[in-house]
Design a protein around this ligand. Structure first.
Ligand code: CO8
Length: 257
């Protein structure tokens, strides 16, 4: 088994990269399976967030499978980069938030998978890096685009061009992760997701899509997107309920409508 997809009893989808003997490295087959798993989760109406982690106690994911990459023709490699990008982009289109639970090494494609998630939590022993230049490569699964959006261009250039490691505490300081979790990472992930999943899912989706547009549109277009999506949220039944509950001084009961 190379990935596991389950539902937790408290309403989350849990995707585990399960190839610990190779530090959960991403073969093309695993990439495709991750894509299929994301599509499957998109059809689940009874989960409120997707949690992604790596099996074993050493790695979230050590990146693309280097041994497999070596044996590919150039055309295949281009297809490989496009495959990785397309699979990770599906996380953006997932109507629920995704949370990477980074429990060790997150290198190359592993860091890129984490960066494609809506949120990132890491254990204190987590180590991030885009070490592709050490292999004579550059990041190909979105790292050159997502890292600068998270940490700024200067830092992203330095991290990518030196290929250096970024420890969890630095990752937290520079905004690469949302938080470093003390104690059980899975529990921390559930607690973190619990802070937003009690709200209306379609409304959260509007908020997420609006914020994600900020990075790739000029301000006037981004503001238009915000106007459109805030109107969409305003028209939900949950918005009606939320505002009524405020006036009636009671807790709102959201129904994801
Ligand atoms: N690919 C394949 N196998 C791997 C990988 C990997 N990325 N990482 C680790 N493994 C394997 C090792 O080969 C080893 O297997 P074996 O026991 O059969 O030799 C096993 O996992 C355990 O690894 P180590 O013995 O190396 O464990 P250490 O604790 O000594 O070291 C490290 C851990 C530091 C994480 C080390 O394994 C390492 O540096 N791994 C490679 C990290 C890396 O460079 N990742 C980036 C890969 S490139 C990429 O992700 C994007 C490429 C974009 C291409 C786009 C075009 C398609």
């Amino acid at each position: 088994m190379t990935i596991d997809l389950t539902k937790t009893e408290d309403g989350y989808a849990l995707l585990t990269l399960n190839r610990p003997e190779a530090l959960n490295a991403l073969s093309f087959d695993i990439l495709r399976r991750i894509g299929a798993a994301i599509d499957e989760v998109a059809g689940w109406r009874d989960v409120r967030a997707l949690l992604i982690t790596g099996a074993g106690d050493k790695a979230f994911c050590a990146g693309a499978d280097i041994k497999e990459l070596r044996n590919r023709s150039l055309t295949d490699q281009k297809r490989g980069a496009e495959l990785g990008q397309a699979v990770f982009a599906r996380l953006d289109r997932l109507p629920i938030a995704s949370v990477a639970l980074v429990n060790g090494y997150a290198f190359g494609g592993g860091a890129e998978l984490a960066m494609a998630c809506t949120f990132r939590l890491a254990s204190p022993n987590a180590v991030f890096g885009l070490p592709e230049v050490k292999l004579g490569l550059i990041p190909g699964y979105g790292g050159t685009q997502r890292l600068p959006r998270l940490v700024g261009e200067a830092r992203a250039l330095e991290i990518i061009m030196t290929g250096r490691n970024v420890a969890a505490d630095e990752a937290e300081r520079i905004g690469l992760i949302n938080a470093m979790a003390q104690g059980d990472l899975m529990q921390a992930g559930r607690d973190f997701a619990g802070r937003f999943t009690r709200y209306s899912l379609p409304v959260l989706d509007c908020a997420r899509r609006a914020v994600q547009r900020a990075a790739d549109t000029p301000l006037h277009e981004g503001l238009q997107t915000e106007a459109d999506l805030s109107t969409l949220a305003y028209r939900t039944r949950d918005a009606e309920e939320g505002m009524a509950a405020f006036e009636e001084k009671r807790k709102p009961e959201f129904r994801d409508e």
